[in-house]
Every structure is written in structure tokens, then in C-alpha cells.
Design a protein around this ligand. Structure first.
Ligand SMILES: Nc1ncnc2c1ncn2[C@@H]1O[C@H](COP(=O)(O)OP(=O)(O)OP(=O)(O)O)[C@@H](O)[C@H]1O
Ligand SMILES: [Mg+2]
Length: 469
């Protein structure tokens, strides 16, 4: 497993120290209580075999019910706490991812499909959370169960306890060995899943193009290919990882059988009324069961854990992307732009291999009206991208009112432009909210005035809810 990913996950979980401490304490208590039950059961059995009074037996049974009840209650509480930790971590990470997306240089989105990025924030984050929940639940109760049952086992019979301790971890080694070989496949699975989401996203957003060119069948074939690939690598990943649980169970069952056999022999050897009673044997076997349970459980969820680590890896890779260069601390605040723009010896290309703009010079004075005309692909939109500082120039400089735009805060620079994009984007919300996107506190009068000046007022008024549609 990827150590860096795990370290980052731990950093995020570590923010909830109080909840973590609480869940550790509660699981320890609940485990201790459930471990206490076999002792009482053992006593009860010895009481039955030696036929002493029923009164004592009844109170023992009542004790078992109470202890088991409290243990169950605590288990429920730790479940809630573990969920609370998981969902908080998930919320934090998604917030960070969203913030990251908004601070990434636009060039990142040029080379990563929207669907793939989306998949990281939604599906990979979900996988991570599932694994995390399982991880913290299993880890704390698992460790507590192992330590606790060990202590109880040693008290009953140290020799047998030692044998169990030595034999059980064999299953862990087997689990590790298989897990090592499946990690790669889970990473591949997460990658293909990202591609699939990307494909569906592209298909949906460009459905018109697909139909216009009657590409439905081809698209279906392409989708089929990705879908089959996903099936193939998911199955391969599951094939190996699903070997883990049966293998560990097999080993642990063998250990159990050996202990039962040896225990029975010792029990018979010590005779009726000896130190090692039937009751001791039964409680010992209960502890062996408890002791091996965490090993079985951990290996049973190896698939989910591997999946989670692969998902987390992709999510953290997004978080680790380098954001755009932040504004200088002393960056200029352009609040009353005059509109003098000068482009000075600018070189720019999206891809260093393909030159686009070379030594461009342009001087525009306040109040001038300029039209930029040229064949498609000559770089008109690119020029706008540079003016808005969606991309930084490679050489030369662009300045507004005499300030290099790299020395102006991005926020104030962009607010100084009025930009009308070719593609319209309507956000989910009312018409009013859409018009006021650049000025959320605009008054109704301002919104109506804006709509009037773009000749939209009339048709908006005819809509069922007018500006609130
Ligand atoms: N995000 C990008 N990544 C890589 N190359 C790009 C990107 N955007 C545009 N290009 C390339 O840069 C060149 C200039 O594109 P640009 O969009 O500026 O042209 P344009 O003049 O606006 O064209 P049109 O008239 O079609 O709008 C084209 O060759 C285009 O393929
Ligand atoms: Mg263009």
C-alpha cells in the first residue's frame, strides 16, 4: 500500500483527536466487556457440571445478559462516532478538493477530462470514506480484541495461548502477500472508472453533436470497450483479493482445531476437579475465536481497503496539484480601471511544442473600440485568455493602466472586464440570480435594467414566474 497516501489520510483524521480518543476508549471498554463473558460462561458451565445451587447459576446468567447488553450499547455508540469521524473527514477533503479545483491553473483542465476530475471528488472520495470507516472500526476494536483475548487466554492456559499467538499471524502474512499483488489492479480499476465517468460526461454534454453526426452506434461501441475493460480489471482485482479471506479463515480454523484437540487432551489429563476444567476449555476456545476474528475480518475487507487506498491516492493526487501562482502580497488593486492596455512583445503557446503567439505588440488607449478579426484558430480567444490572465504569457508583458497584470490582483483585474462568452451558461437558479451572477447584491431595478438593455425583459415577463422562473 502507498505509504504517502496513508500518511495524508492520517493527517486528515488526526484533526479529530477528541472523537478518536472517545472511540478508542469506548471500543476498549466494549471489547473488555465482551471478553469477560466467556469467563462467566465458563464458570456457569463448571457450576452445571458440578451441580451446585441454581441460585448462583441464575445470577451468573443475569450477569451475562447485563454485560452483553452494555457491550452492545457501547458498540452502537462507537459505530456512531466512527461514522461522525468518517463523514467529517470526507467533508473536509471534498471542500479542499473543490477549493483546489477553483485555484488550479486552467491549463490543468485542458489535459484532464471533467469527468475524471469529477470522479475523483465524488466516487474516489466515497471509496476512501468507505475504507476509512471500515479501517477505524476494525483497527480499534481489532487491536483491543487481540490484546484483550490474549490476556484472558494467558490467564486460562499460557502454553496454549503461546501456540495461538505464534500460529495465527501466519494468516496475516498470507493476506499481506496477496494484497501486495492486488494493489496495482485496484489502481488500474480506479483509473478506468475515471475514464468511464469522463466518457459519459463528454457524451451527455455533447449529445447534440453525437446525434447530428449519427455517431450513436460508434459511441456505444466505444463505451462498451471502456465498460468491458472496467469489468475485466475489476474482476481480476477481486479474483486475487477475494482469495485472502478464505485463506486466512482456513489457517485460523486449523489453529482452532489444534487448540481444541490439545485443550481436550489437557482437560482429560487433569481429570475431574483438576485445574483445567471443561469450563476453562470452553472459555479458552471462545478466546481463540475472539482472537482470530480481527484477522479474519481485516482480511475479509482487504478488497474494500485496497479500493479505498487506490481512490484516496487519486483524490490526494488532485489535492497535491500545484495551484496557480498566488497574487503577490503587495499586488495592485485595480478598482477604477481607465482602460489603457498595452501588450508588449508577448510570446505565448499552450503547448511549448507548438508556437502560437510570437512577439505580439498592441497598444490600446482608453475609449478606443477594437475588433480583432482573423481565421479560426489564429488566437483571438487566446488573446482574451491572456488579457483575463487565464493563462500567463511566456515572454513579454501585458499591462493595464501601466500596471503589469501579473502585479494586479486577479480578482480586481477580472472584475474590471465585461466579458461575453460565446457559450452561454445557465446556472441552476432563477433568472434573476443568473443575471446577477457578477453582482450578487444587485437590486431588482438594476437586474431589470440589464435585461431591458439586452432585449430580454419582454420574454422574461411572459414566463410563468417572471424573473423568479
Ligand atoms: N486550451 C488549449 N490548449 C491547447 N491549445 C489550445 C487551447 N485553446 C486553443 N488552443 C489552440 O490555440 C490556437 C488558437 O486558438 P483560439 O481559440 O485562440 O483561436 P480563435 O482565433 O479564437 O479561433 P475561433 O475563431 O475559432 O474562435 C488554436 O490552434 C487552438 O487549437
Ligand atoms: Mg475563439
Amino acid at each position: 500500500m502507498d505509504k504517502k497516501t496513508i500518511k495524508k489520510a492520517l493527517d486528515h483524521i488526526g484533526r479529530y483527536k477528541l472523537l478518536l480518543a472517545l472511540t478508542i476508549v469506548l471500543s476498549a471498554v466494549s471489547v473488555a466487556l465482551s471478553l469477560y463473558i466467556p469467563i462467566v460462561t465458563g464458570h456457569a458451565i463448571d457450576l452445571i457440571t458440578s451441580q451446585t445451587d441454581t441460585q448462583e447459576l441464575l445470577s451468573l446468567l443475569l450477569g451475562i445478559v447485563v454485560v452483553a447488553g452494555i457491550a452492545a450499547l457501547l458498540q452502537w455508540a462507537t459505530g456512531l462516532i466512527n461514522n461522525a469521524i468518517t463523514y467529517r473527514v470526507l467533508r473536509d477533503i471534498r471542500n479542499e478538493a473543490f477549493e483546489k479545483i477553483q485555484s488550479l491553473p486552467l491549463s490543468y483542465l485542458d489535459v484532464h477530462s471533467t469527468g475524471d476530475v469529477m470522479n475523483r471528488v465524488i466516487a474516489d472520495a466515497e471509496l476512501f470514506a468507505d475504507g476509512l470507516l471500515m479501517g477505524i472500526t476494525q483497527l480499534f476494536t481489532g487491536v483491543a480484541t487481540i490484546v484483550g483475548s490474549l490476556i484472558f487466554m494467558v490467564r486460562v492456559n499460557a502454553g496454549i495461548a503461546l501456540a495461538v499467538v505464534v500460529l495465527t499471524p501466519i494468516s496475516l502474512f498470507i493476506a499481506r502477500f496477496i494484497a501486495k499483488h492486488t494493489h496495482e489492479m485496484f489502481v488500474k480499476q480506479a483509473e478506468v472508472r475515471g475514464r468511464q465517468t469522463g466518457f459519459v460526461d463528454e457524451m451527455l454534454t455533447n449529445q447534440k453533436v453525437v446525434r447530428a453526426f449519427t455517431r450513436e452506434k460508434r459511441q456505444l461501441e466505444d463505451f462498451d470497450r471502456i465498460n468491458n475493460e472496467l469489468e475485466h480489471c475489476s474482476l481480476r482485482a477481486v479474483f486475487y483479493s477475494s482469495l485472502v479471506n478464505p485463506t486466512t479463515r482456513f489457517v485460523n480454523n486449523l489453529v482452532y482445531a489444534v487448540v481444541a484437540l490439545c485443550g481436550a487432551l489437557i482437560c482429560i489429563g487433569s481429570g475431574v476437579g483438576g485445574a483445567f476444567t471443561v469450563g476453562s476449555l470452553i472459555s479458552l476456545l471462545a478466546y481463540v475465536n475472539q482472537y482470530t476474528k480481527p484477522f479474519n475480518e481485516i482480511s475479509g475487507v482487504v478488497t474494500e481497503l485496497e479500493n479505498a487506498v487506490a481512490g484516496a491516492g487519486r483524490l490526494f493526487a488532485l489535492l497535491a496539484e500545484i495551484g496557480q501562482i498566488p497574487d503577490n502580497d503587495d499586488a495592485y488593486l485595480l478598482d477604477d480601471a481607465q482602460g489603457d492596455i498595452s501588450i508588449d512583445n508577448v510570446d505565448f503557446s499552450y503547448d511549448p511544442q507548438r508556437e502560437l503567439i510570437k512577439k505580439l505588440n498592441l497598444d490600446v488607449k482608453k475609449g478606443m473600440k477594437i475588433a480583432i478579426v482573423g481565421p479560426t484558430g489564429c488566437g483571438k480567444t487566446t488573446l482574451i485568455n491572456l488579457l483575463m490572465r487565464f493563462y500567463d504569457v511566456d515572454k513579454g508583458s501585458i499591462s493595464v493602466d501601466g500596471h503589469d497584470i501579473r502585479d494586479i490582483t486577479r480578482h480586481s483585474l477580472r472584475r474590471s472586464y465585461g466579458m461575453v462568452l460565446q457559450d452561454t451558461w445557465l446556472r441552476s437558479g432563477t433568472i434573476k440570480e443568473n443575471i446577477a451572477i457578477g453582482k450578487p447584491d444587485a437590486t431588482d431595478e438594476e437586474i431589470i435594467a440589464a435585461a431591458r438593455s439586452s432585449h430580454a425583459h419582454g420574454f422574461i415577463k411572459r414566463l410563468p414566474d417572471g424573473y423568479d422562473t
